[in-house]
Design a protein around this ligand. Structure first.
Ligand code: HMG
Ligand code: MG
Length: 303
């Protein structure tokens, strides 16, 4: 038996850099550069690239150009380009742009829900219900995010039971997949496993994805632990960009380059070309002027 048989043979990456990454950049990135970033990512073998957010520009000015970004990128038929939608207003804007997949985003922490989307968890689920009904009528696929699954910057500990409960409700609303977010990179591997186990009581493995921010350098270790359980969909961000403007202390997501290096080193297929992704990471640094936090991006491929 090879070690690789303990892990999924194939992992799907969901690239979140153009959204999670750029929403958190201090400098505003010109629209044409956002478009170029997505077009470059589309040439790497990635099959899911989160393009932007149809949120209130009063809340997240960096995503103000969502319509122009989405309608200007060169969309490829084999790639999905989901966008974040917080309410019906956002959904209608997304529909007018021709979006085919959205992501709703809730939280397992009451305090973070208030800070991020200005409502309680219960109110958010009511809001998502009307968004999901309308999206399904329009044949739009829905992904669900749950934030603060391993800790909240405002309330501290978050119960795994609360995460599982919201995951179940989001599936019932019509989400095909739930992405479990460690928004502030607070978790460690055994905590991550415990949380996934709790969620598995409500949602099958095939409908789960993970989303680790790397604030404390735990992201790859947490991902490895979740791979051992059978997780096979992982969010990551080019050059390790990322963070949520409403999550104090949140830093970048796990870098796509670093994740690919680990997965390919474990003989796990992704269909993504690491060398091309590293080139896009250099564009992020030199073209967009963002800090490149990818270790592999800096070192290059050395084996
Ligand atoms: P609110 O202030 O309660 O909403 O915000 P409102 O309905 O009172 O509207 C306020 C104004 O925004 C109005 O404009 C609306 O028209 C407008 P005004 O009348 O004052 O001129 N508005 C909109 N404009 C465009 N698109 C819309 C929209 N909605 C309202 N969709 C709201 C509530 C949800 C809108 C706000 O809190 C919001 O936009 N929040 C988004 C915050 C956000 O994007 N956070 C980052 C993404 S989440 C994340 O990063 C975590 C994740 O990565 C997973 C993880 O890491 O854990 C996903
Ligand atoms: Mg995030």
């Amino acid at each position: 038996m090879t070690y690789a048989t303990l892990f999924p043979a194939h992992v799907k990456l969901v690239e979140v850099g153009p959204r999670d990454g750029l929403q958190n950049e201090r400098n505003s990135i010109p629209t044409h550069q956002k478009i170029e970033l997505i077009n470059r990512l589309s040439e790497t073998g990635l099959t899911a690239i989160e393009a932007t957010s149809f949120v209130s520009s009063k809340w997240v000015p960096q995503m103000e150009d969502a319509l122009e970004v989405f309608t200007s990128i060169e969309r490829k038929s084999q790639i999905t380009y989901p966008v974040l939608v917080p309410n019906l207003n956002g959904l209608e804007r997304a529909v007018s742009a021709g979006v085919t997949e959205i992501a709703i985003f809730g939280s397992a922490s009451e305090a973070f829900s208030q800070k991020n989307i200005n409502c309680t968890i219960t109110e958010s689920l009511e809001r998502f219900q009307s968004v999901c009904l309308r999206a399904l009528q329009k044949n739009i696929k829905i992904r669900g995010y749950i934030s603060c699954t391993l800790g909240c910057p405002y309330q501290g500990a978050v119960s795994a039971h609360a995460v599982a409960n919201i995951a179940r409700q989001m599936i019932d609303l019509g989400c095909y997949e739930i992405s479990l977010g460690d928004t502030i990179g607070a978790g460690t591997p055994l905590q991550a496993k415990k949380m996934i186990h709790a969620v598995l009581d409500e949602v099958p493995m095939e409908q789960l994805a993970i989303h680790f921010h790397d604030t404390r350098g735990q992201a790859l270790a947490n991902i490895y632990a979740c791979l051992e359980l059978g997780i096979s969909v992982i969010d990551s961000s080019i050059a390790g960009l990322g963070g949520c403007p409403y999550a104090k202390g949140a830093s970048g997501n796990v870098a796509t380059e670093d994740l690919l290096y680990m997965l390919h080193g474990m003989n796990i297929d992704t269909g993504v070309n690491l060398a091309k992704v590293i080139e896009v990471g250099h564009f992020v640094q030199n073209g967009l002027g963002c800090q490149n936090r990818s270790k592999v991006g800096q070192a290059g491929i050395t084996q």
